[in-house]
Design a protein around this ligand. Structure first.
Ligand code: TSB
Ligand code: ZN
Length: 618
């Protein structure tokens, strides 16, 4: 298996297929300009490699000093001067011998040439066999680099204010910590200064909304070194939000004819051999555990999906056509071996709870049930305030026989059915190859984070494979045995991913119906404590979530604290309010609604919570 460092290096070099070719050239050319400036500032610096990455580029140098802010300013100014010099990027083909002469003082370039000659790419990985090595060098001004290109024609095509050096971090030659430690200059780079500014503003907004940061500040969840990465712990406040979401979705499911079940988090390996997970999904599974040393000892695996368990529920008694659709739902815990480089915060974890359901349906019921799920998704999103989402038909990759069951007919039928289902509902969608589940195609509901990165929240999947693997059956009206079809679906997604998304969507300011604390009560002085406690008790009796601040801080500090915690309503209580059975109502935004009778405030809160409005005042 690849080492951590290799995976990391591989991740950094992977340029997505849809990378903008113009930005690629701009960023790659700027990397050369940066290398010129860095080697002028630090003549001892040995350039290694400097590829474009998402949002910009980096360049790694073997360099014995830590560049100061002053150095970075100098380099930035120098880069701008070089750009304004309108230097052409000149390309030249060279022989390996010539290259070795040209880069005789640059050990890393020599190693790269050596690798290229022996069919390796610049990361030391074997390139396509048989590829004849043509070496090219690109020069601008006084600087020459070994490079495949392509580049812009001249520095004239670069905006001298379109880039920013963001930081210098440590890295290793070829991403391997056994190798020489290097200095990595990171820069974000764009076609124009305006684009750079837009990007920087987005980065700032993303940092403000970052669910990992807000999760800490608002005490929603935490992580522990002792647990390991990908295993978040839900703190009391995060758990409150989660419980509310779970209640919300299970209520909707009950109304839509789902039945809820509980099943164990693991099963014998055989279950997953029958289902096909063992063959097609074991890369994403934790290693099995053998109970005992004997040859025939039982082997258990943590479940990566809940479907096989729900199939056992279907099989717990004979079914007839009248029993269908049979809708089984569970907030099911699953375990997936995600690579450690990709787990972080809540949106990609290794232990997760899916708002899962499996619908066992007759073929004539597929369309209606599919529509029912889409309807449920839309209803849930409307309540949660999720408005920006798109539909993706996620298809298999016919060339990948390992990941997908090999049954062309199954794929043709099921993909066509989902496509029709979407068309009949009049939903715009796009199609993506290689995104299906191993057992069938999906309709994924895609959302974007502040940085525009896409991820899947809800999913609806059509499956003819598992019913066949488990020989599922029902007795039809004419007494013959038929095979049901399965629809797998998640509406809320995993509680983890939805929580991450909602924290960022609301920037931590949950709507009143979801806020972990809905009301903060701030008595001004000790003599108001008893009355404050009474108000809290009345709110609690109505099932509202209240915190009363009986600390000795000043009123303003208490209000500020509640605002920082993004508590929607703050009730300030002094002599006047106490006398009138009232409270001065403030919102977390700082807006002051003035004094209101407590009964009136309770009415308002009841209404806002019942309607699940995002606004704090109806
Ligand atoms: C819907 N068997 C189906 C189920 O019946 C299934 O497991 N589908 S899935 O593999 O696509 O996962 C369902 C959803 O879980 C995904 O759409 C995604 O929103 C969420 N999810 C997947 N992996 C992770 C993860 N590592 N961390 C958090 N959420 C995840
Ligand atoms: Zn499933």
């Amino acid at each position: 298996m690849a080492s951590e460092a290799e995976l990391k290096a591989a991740g950094e070099k992977s340029i997505p297929k849809d990378y903008d070719p113009t930005l690629y050239k701009i960023r790659h050319s700027l990397a050369h300009v940066l290398a010129q400036a860095v080697t002028e500032r630090f003549p001892q610096a040995k350039p290694t490699i400097g590829p474009p990455v998402e949002y910009g580029f980096y360049y790694d140098f073997d360099l014995d000093v830590n560049p100061s802010d002053e150095d970075l300013d100098w380099i930035t100014d120098r880069m701008r001067k070089i750009i304004r010099g309108k230097h052409a990027f000149k390309v030249r083909e060279i022989s390996a011998e010539e290259g070795k002469g040209l880069f005789k003082d640059q050990p890393y370039k020599l190693e790269l040439i050596e690798g290229l000659v022996h069919g390796q790419d610049e990361y030391g990985n074997s390139a396509q066999p048989g590829a004849a090595p043509t070496l090219t060098v690109y020069s601008q001004d006084t600087f020459t680099d070994l490079c495949r290109g392509p580049h812009v024609e001249s520095t004239n095509a670069l905006d001298p204010k379109g880039f920013k050096i963001t930081q210098v971090t440590g890295s290793y030659w070829r991403g391997d910590e056994k190798n020489k430690a290097l200095k990595r200059f990171h820069a974000t780079a764009w076609a124009s200064e305006a684009d750079l500014k837009t990007h920087l503003a987005r980065v700032e907004e993303a940092a403000r909304r970052d669910h990992r940061k807000l999760g800490r500040e608002l005490e929603l969840f935490t992580n522990s070194q002792l647990l390991g990465s990908g295993f978040p712990i839900w703190l009391p406040k995060g758990s409150t939000v989660r419980r509310l979401l779970e209640q919300f979705i299970t209520d909707y499911e009950r109304a839509a004819g789902y039945q809820h079940v509980y099943s164990p988090d693991l099963a014998k390996k055989e279950l997953y051999q029958v289902s096909g997970h063992w063959d097609h999904y074991s890369e994403n599974m934790f290693p099995p555990m053998k109970l005992g040393q004997e040859e025939n000892a039982e082997v258990l695996v943590l479940r990566p999906m809940n479907c096989p368990h729900h199939i056992l529920i279907y099989q717990s008694r004979p079914r007839s056509y009248r029993d269908l659709p049979f809708r089984i739902a569970e907030l099911g815990k699953m375990y997936r071996y995600e690579r450690s480089g990709v787990v972080g915060g809540l949106s990609r974890v290794r232990c997760m709870t899916l708002n899962d359901a499996h619908l066992f349906v007759r073929p004539d019921q597929i369309k209606e049930e599919f529509a029912g799920v889409v309807h449920l998704v839309k209803k849930a999103y409307a309540d949660l305030g999720i408005t920006d989402y798109t539909f993706r038909l996620s298809k298999h990759d016919p060339n990948d026989k390992e990941k997908y069951v090999d049954n062309p007919e199954l794929w043709a039928t099921s993909e066509a059915m989902l496509r029709e289902g979407l068309q009949e509902l009049g939903l715009p969608f796009r199609e993506a190859e290689g995104e299906a589940a191993f057992y069938g195609p999906k309709v994924d509901i895609q959302v974007k984070d502040v940085m525009g990165r896409e991820e899947t929240l809800s999913t609806v999947q059509l499956d003819f494979h598992l019913p066949s693997q488990f020989k599922l059956a029902y007795k039809d009206a004419d007494d013959t045995e038929k095979q049901p079809v399965m629809i797998h679906r998640g509406v809320i997604s995993t509680m983890e991913r939805m929580m991450a998304y909602l924290i960022e969507l609301y920037a931590g300011a949950f709507p009143p119906w979801l806020a972990p604390v809905q009301v903060a009560i701030v008595p001004i002085a000790d003599r108001h404590f008893d009355y404050a406690k009474q108000v809290a008790a009345r709110l609690l009796a109505k099932d509202f979530r209240v915190e009363t601040d009986l600390g000795d801080k000043r009123m303003n500090a208490k209000i500020r604290e509640a605002q920082l915690q993004k508590v929607p309503y703050i009730l300030v209580i002094g002599d006047k309010e106490m006398a009138a059975d009232a409270a001065a109502v403030r919102l977390r935004s700082g807006e002051d609604l003035g004094a209101k009778p407590v009964a009136e405030f309770i009415d308002m809160l009841e209404q806002v919570v019942k309607l699940r409005t995002l606004k704090l005042v109806p």
